[in-house]
Design a protein around this ligand. Sequence first.
Ligand code: IMP
Ligand code: MG
Length: 179
Amino acid sequence: MSSIVVHNKTFIPYLSEKEIIEKVNALAAQLSEDYQDKRPLFISILNGSFMFSSDLFKRLTIEAEICFIKLASYKGTKSSGQVITAIGLDTDIAGRNIVILEDIIDTGKTMNHFLPQIYNQQPRSLKIAVLLHKPEASVYPLHIDYTCFTIPNKFVLGYGLDFDGLGRNLPELYQLQEN
Ligand code: IMP
Ligand code: MG
């Protein structure tokens, strides 16, 4: 892996595809154990979570369902502070065992905005699984049940995460180079 330039910013290699897939494998095994016979419904938050969700979901060995919603709060490399629901939830979640799939928890704003909507519909249980967590960026404290990587408060790119629309296709993760 070598450095890349996206929209005039340089990103340096951070986590390899192999490292990511190892963690996703381990999480899929853990969820398959924890949700045996519970037929969980995974709610994947687009856009950033599509690659993580796909890699995770295909490794589950239990009966499970998945649906997608689209929330957006980022502009460039800074959180805009506003959360927009671009595609809402169209699945009945009352009485279901829900696992929310998110690419990254940064300030916690997106999740904080979305969780009450879920609780209102009275799921049987509700847990959060994330690929990346930046605890130093937390503004809205959250309990996260499953985390693949805890990372420092630096902007990352790749594996579904973008910088102004680009970089989502990279199979590994890069970190913004600070100068
Ligand atoms: P939060 O609402 O501040 O927790 O931000 C969550 C959303 O912002 C994530 O779902 C991502 O889409 C985006 N985001 C946060 N940090 C990064 C990053 O380092 N790179 C790319 N997107 C990010
Ligand atoms: Mg996202």
